[in-house]
Design a protein around this ligand. Structure first.
Ligand SMILES: [Fe+2]
Length: 228
């Protein structure tokens, strides 16, 4: 008999269509969902992902004359399953804007300076304990065009590759104590306050470094919500 997995509380995941965030209407189905059996297309996965997409850059901050502008931070992410068990070997992609709120992307029209020493993307493999460590700079806030004053709070984008194509998690991590978190349409599309809290990294006091810890839960009732 198949194991019965309790359904997730929808309040712990992103609300489908979010007022004030126009793109969500295009990303969410307008018709009721249909159950469809999985075939090999869904149940196979990127087994050679690391051969095709080699790990790159555990350090986005650089050093000396090549140091990116901004506050140096150490981001320690732990990838775990629904029981909190670590997932060593998980492939994790991370990207974020520079300290002025600018991405290296042609669609980014925000009038903010680029930083020649900041590339902004990394691909890493979770080590023992499911740990992924990134040395980088804290990203800045940026305005969302055409929204009349919505500024995205500082955040970091994550993509985690699972064992099958359907098990990819794309999400965002936020920083604690940021006033823009309170009004962010993406973060607040998650209605459950505890689930929102799980999307915010924890600041770890340290003598020399700004350290943030973050836990990515890839499945289960407390799974990290997907975010664009
Ligand atoms: Fe972003």
């Amino acid at each position: 008999m198949p194991l019965r997995v309790p359904p997730r509380d929808p309040r712990t995941q992103s609300q489908g269509v979010e007022p004030g965030y126009a793109q969500t209407a295009r990303r969410w189905p307008s018709q009721p969902l249909q159950r469809r059996p999985h075939t090999v297309s869904e149940l196979s996965g990127p087994s050679s992902v690391l051969r095709r997409l080699a790990p790159v850059r555990g350090d986005l901050a650089g050093h000396g004359a090549k140091r990116a502008i901004g506050q140096l931070i150490h981001l320690r992410t732990r990838v775990v399953d629904e029981d909190g068990a670590p997932l060593p070997g998980a492939v994790v992609e991370i990207w974020h804007c520079n300290a002025a709120g600018k991405y290296i992307h042609p669609n980014d029209t925000h009038d903010a300076p680029e930083d020649p020493n900041f590339y902004g993307a990394a691909r890493m493999v979770a080590g023992d304990g499911g740990l992924v460590e990134l040395r980088t700079i804290k990203p800045g806030a940026y305005p969302v065009p055409g929204t009349g004053g919505w500024w995205r709070p500082p955040h970091v984008h994550f993509s985690v590759w699972g064992r099958v194509w359907l098990s990819r998690l794309v999400t965002q991590m936020f920083f604690p104590g940021e006033p823009l978190n309170e009004a962010d349409a993406i973060l607040n599309a998650i209605r459950d306050p505890e689930a929102r809290e799980r999307c915010i990294a924890r600041f770890v006091p340290s003598e020399n470094d700004l350290i943030y810890e973050y836990q990515l839960v890839v499945r289960g009732r407390k799974s990290t919500p997907g975010m664009p």
